[in-house]
Design a protein around this ligand. Structure first.
Ligand code: COA
Length: 375
């Protein structure tokens, strides 16, 4: 029996704090007019001290479960696409797995910069289609504000924080993920990178003094690369799905720069109205930008059951990719009961996590006492 991977839930979370272009003018040598005309960005969200990549991802994941009959303990796999992880390890996915009580899930992070969500969604869909698993949570979550140097006007204006999540479920019904193109070109890795903090350049006083733990970017080259690959990847994904561009009702592109999206629209000869665009509100939230744009397009009634969509993205690596999918979820109504259920899931997960930590402590104390008694 052929299995298909369907998107059955989705959710997003962004910090409350808004950083406007006018505020950025006070921090770095830039101005609102320049930022809007060159990027389309007007404001972005910035995580509070208490918010992290895992906390935003947890909120988005719980929202993705709302309006579905899936419990966190039913989830088989959690993948988090991020370039601003909670730690180098443990994976942010493990933190979120614990936060939501996905006690039967394997959890790992995937690093493909801004293309990460498409790659992660494809990995989850392939695992579901193979029959190896049935339910996966795919989360794109970022606190880019923690890895941006706010003295560098080249990057300070672009990035923002946020998270988005999809619930993927298997069934014999056709639809869901139809095709996916995944591409990389490591020869362009230096065009967009965080050079220090890894095994190549471990953290040292010099790396900190030289700001080598923050994003370094060759904007013009990345711009040229992005406009080239968006069109080609979209065409390939649509063709692999056995569709034509006319069959696609909405393209949900990575939100980096409105001029890049406009160039893609021109290249595909599609009107801009068939693109989901919200870069003006959130800037570039890297791996979170596609699911956030999807959630807002759904809320605005721009996505309906039966629609064919293309998700398309590009980013550091270099990486790029596109996915064609058909929406099959009949309707999704989120009620107060769902919100209460999310809070309950979170509280129970906290209690479970705490009891496991205490249990581990007690066990190790017991083993130590036992060993001491023997010697
Ligand atoms: N504010 C004001 N002026 C700025 C500025 C800023 N934040 N950044 C650059 N400038 C100036 C430059 O110094 C330059 O001045 P000059 O002509 O006197 O030398 C001028 O603006 C043009 O700079 P340029 O770098 O050519 O601008 P651009 O039109 O290429 O726009 C980016 C710069 C970064 C907005 C654009 O290249 C871009 O969006 N690239 C892709 C980046 C991206 O998406 N990265 C993430 C990928 S996932």
């Amino acid at each position: 029996m052929t299995r298909h991977a369907h998107i059955t839930g989705w959710g997003m979370a962004v910090p409350e704090r808004v950083l406007t272009n006018l505020e950025l003018e006070q921090i770095v040598d830039t101005n609102d007019e320049w930022i809007v005309s060159r990027t389309g960005i007007r404001e972005r969200r910035i995580a509070a001290n208490t918010e992290t990549t895992a906390s935003l991802g947890t909120q988005a994941a719980l929202r993705a479960l709302q309006g579905t009959d899936v419990n966190a303990s039913d989830i088989d796999l959690v993948i988090v696409a991020t370039s601003s992880p909670e730690h180098i390890f443990p994976a942010t996915a493990s933190v979120i797995q614990d936060n939501i009580g996905a006690t039967h899930a394997g959890a790992f992070d995937l690093l493909a910069a801004c293309t990460g969500f498409i790659f992660a969604l494809n990995m989850a869909a392939q695992a579901v289609r193979s029959g190896n698993i049935d339910k996966a949570l795919v989360i794109g979550s970022e606190t880019m504000s923690r890895i941006v140097n706010y003295e560098d006007r080249n990057t300070a204006i672009l990035f923002g924080d946020g998270a988005g999540a999809f619930l993927v479920e298997g069934s014999a019904e056709p639809g869901g993920v139809l095709s996916c193109v995944m591409r990389s070109d490591g020869s362009g890795g230096d065009l967009l990178s965080i050079p220090a903090g890894g095994s190549f350049m471990p953290t040292s006083p010099e790396t900190v003094a030289n700001n080598l733990h923050s994003i370094q970017m060759n904007g013009r080259e990345v711009f040229r690369f992005a406009t080239r690959v968006m069109v080609a990847a979209t065409r390939d994904a649509v063709e692999d799905a056995g569709l034509t561009l006319e069959d696609v009702s909405l393209i949900v592109p990575h939100q980096a720069n409105v001029r890049i999206i406009e160039a893609a629209a021109r290249g595909l000869k599609m009107p801009l109205e068939r693109f989901a665009i919200n870069v003006e509100k959130y800037g570039n939230t890297s791996a979170a930008s596609i699911p956030i744009a999807f959630c807002e397009a759904w809320d605005q009634g721009r996505i309906r059951t039966g629609d064919n969509l293309v998700l398309v993205g590009f980013g550091g690596g270099l990486t790029w990719g596109a996915m064609a999918l058909q929406m099959t979820m009949p309707e999704r109504v989120i009620t107060k009961v769902d919100r209460r259920r999310s809070r309950r899931i979170r509280t129970l997960a906290r209690m479970r996590s705490m009891s496991r930590r205490v249990g581990r402590r007690v066990e190790s104390l017991f083993l130590r006492t036992h060993a001491e008694a023997k010697t």
